[in-house]
Design a protein around this ligand. Structure first.
Ligand code: COA
Length: 198
């Protein structure tokens, strides 16, 4: 029997790619993360809003700072800032959460501000964190949900090796309509085979 690595989510690593640095949140990131929370398009794409007129939650620097510290301290999830390596500035967040230790599975999510999108940062960040999840946290399965109105995200996930496994029909109400969500996943033995380049 091969020795199984124990997942240690208390470690908050700094992971360096060509275009991004993924790292724990620092105090300066709070303002950058507020930009995300005020981005109506991002709120739509992540299913955090139910119509285009939805008002972002009001800014509360003290609560945002508390949340930043909380995220860096959690022993059962990994939240990292996505920093643009060219500037060092935080342009988004990337998360492995809903850890199920018995089944060695996690949920995955990523969100980048407009300034960080469509420049290859997301693709690289997804590959880095998924690789970390399998190779350092000993996960077996990483899954996510993507809405039908978000073909860019779906394309990025497919490029990194996520496989569509089913549709949650009309899972989101948006405006006067209903939007399907596709469940996608990637498994450790798939990762071993292609390492994010299927
Ligand atoms: C989804 C997200 C993480 C992708 O990261 P990104 O840095 O913008 O993406 P990249 O630049 O690495 O790659 C984008 C890819 O999508 C493609 N693309 C862009 N718009 C597209 C569209 N409308 N339909 C299909 N593919 C599209 C690009 O051509 C590129 O693919 P290629 O490299 O094969 O040419 C980022 O855009 C984001 O955070 N968006 C807002 C929040 C969000 O949608 N989060 C995901 C919720 S499930």
């Amino acid at each position: 029997m091969t020795a199984q690595k124990i997942a240690d989510f208390t470690v908050k690593p700094t992971l360096i790619g060509e275009k991004v640095v993924l790292r724990p949140f620092v105090a300066e990131d709070v303002a950058a993360l507020r930009v995300l929370l005020n981005d109506r398009e991002l709120l739509r794409l992540t299913g955090s809003a139910h119509d285009r007129a939805a008002e972002p939650a009001p800014a509360d620097p003290e609560r945002d700072e508390q949340f930043r510290r909380w995220r860096n301290a959690q022993p059962d999830r990994l939240d990292l800032a996505v920093a643009d390596r060219a500037t060092g500035h935080c342009v988004g967040e990337i998360v492995l959460n809903e850890w199920d230790a018995a089944n060695r599975s996690c949920n995955f999510r990523i969100a980048l501000a407009a300034a960080g999108r469509d420049r290859g940062l997301g693709t690289e960040a997804v590959r880095i964190v998924v690789g970390y999840g399998f190779e350092q946290l000993a996960l077996h399965r990483i899954s996510l949900e993507v809405y039908a109105f978000n073909p860019r995200a779906r394309h990025v996930y497919e490029k990194a090796g996520f496989v569509a496994e089913g549709v949650m029909r009309e899972a989101l109400r948006f405006g006067d309509g209903w939007v399907d969500a596709t469940v996608m996943s990637i498994l450790s033995h798939e990762w071993s085979r292609h390492r994010g380049r299927p």
